[in-house]
Write a protein that binds this ligand. Sequence first.
Ligand code: GLC
Ligand code: GLC
Length: 631
Amino acid sequence: MLSTAQQLKAAQGYVLATLAEAGVTWDDADAQAFRARFDVGFPRLFRLFATLYGEHEDCLDHLAKLIGLSLASWQERPGDLKTLDRAREAEPQWFQSNKMLGAFCYVDRYAGDLNGLKDHVPYFKDLGITYLHLMPLFDCPEENSDGGYAVSSYRDVRSDLGTMEDLRALAKDLREAGISLVVDFVFNHTSNEHEWARKAAAGDPEYSDYYWIFEDRRMPDAYERTVREVFPDDHPGAFVQMEDGRWIWTTFHSFQWDLNYSNPAVFCAMAGEMLSLANQGVDLIRMDAVAFIWKRLGTTCESLPEAHLLLQAFNAVCRMAAPSLLFKSEAIVHPDEVVSYIDPEECPISYNPLLMALSWEALATRDVQLIDQAIARRQPIHPECAWVNYVRSHDDIGWTFADEDAAELGIIGFDHRRFLNAFYTNRFEGSFARGEPFQYNPKTGDCRVCGTTASLTGVEAGDAGGIDRMILLYGIAFSAGGIPLISLGDEVGQLNDHSYKDHPGQAGDQRWVGRPMRPDALYDQRTDPTTVPGQIFARMKQLIAARRAAPALAGNAIHSFDTQNRHVLGYVRTGDGPPVYVLANFADTPQALDAQRFLATAPRMTDLIAGEAFQMRTGLTLKPHQILWLG
Ligand code: GLC
Ligand code: GLC
């Protein structure tokens, strides 16, 4: 039996010998730079690889192949990206700045194609955006591709959007404007039109092993006993039948085939796709659907320990071959699970679905207990990591708070979600919201909510508090830490778009209601203060400017602040510089806070957003839905 150190040494020797056999030499500076990172990173990658794939006879051959393709990818990496690698190495925490501001859009819906998007770069820069997430833009099935989340080739841009060359050119333009490019790495599944999927469908055994395919219902039945249904409208359970009668795992739509990561060939192939993406000039990749990437019989097949090891292994590969590339996890699951992916060696950046959902929850209930509890309990993360705080994504709003947290406050999770769903889909009297229900599951009573921010906050319904509610929510996302994210179009109050019902590929998917085309007419009004878009835009710009000027909002340190008022949320941000107290009134009525609350603050503070000064020793009163950043 070899010791761990001996095994490592043997493996390293084997990998280097295999590379030498393939003609690899280490004599130029470029190869040496890789070799230095290999020497540092290999022990970790080996440990992960051995844990995941140690039982495969050819484990080391796969590992050698992986290192070989990483080296080749590094050697192909353009010089300007290597310069960026060095800059990021010198300042690894660059993304923690209060000057960071994220935004996302669909290329086609916002600008027609990649070249069209270039014309908007000056606007993005002017707005203060430093991080732009473009929704999936790679080759995918024509009619329904789940908004591009069914990828048919990771190496080809969807033809109506442009070419890989256009993508590289855009990435360059963005970088020159100080904007990092973010794209998805949809790595849990491919589309059924991917070359690998076509070969699997044709019965090729090598590629059948790239997916979870079974001859009959025996295994699918066994797995389905413990696996949840993510898209029950599309198909029951987790499997669909293939044309030849076999059954294939599809967590999402029937055309999104889950990759089989228990096969090391799949890991190596996908690592190659990831690195080729990195070399296009992508700064950050959004790791899609991370919770689902590993399966084991008898479990929920979500967030299994191996899912973490896989992400760490992908991360270790990047550290060698594309060192500046950062991972953002997309785990819209229980808060404990969300946090479990956040680690400098796994995903240093993560969506914050809990704060997002609970902001909406407090808006509906006018009560801040749950969000206050979450800030106290569930926001701290590793200091080198960051949340992405958002008001809404391109997806549904799911009520992913922990039932056990709610129970402590006397709230029954199931009933509360029913209330929230009814409220946001306008089935509750007096609701200001105009959302649509998504994926109602009669078996569990579960559903989620879709719509744009303006439609869900009451702007669409003409409710007098609509704009204030939008600013309240964005005021929280902009001040709660990490990287705030704007859904482009929200800054001018884009409304729900019901035209998806006429598109065969979208009609069954209510999430499209919240994915409107660029609202040109609203953008045209954005400088006119007599219009609704003009008012929203002016106030969003105020938030952006105030954030840029407040170093206390950098990083993620956040402390809850007890306002002793059920309607008013309070927290303190202590990034760099003097603290900022955030107070947010979720009620429709003015709310007074007692002077006793502010004995420890400066006697006089100023709202960094609107500039109003407050004498803290006399207490203060917030207007309905008002948010203050006191500094
Ligand atoms: C992510 C995406 C979502 C997509 C799913 C499957 O959750 O945000 O739009 O449907 O992954 O890829
Ligand atoms: C995500 C989530 C699910 C969400 C879906 C897309 O991965 O887990 O709750 O609704 O994908 O909308």
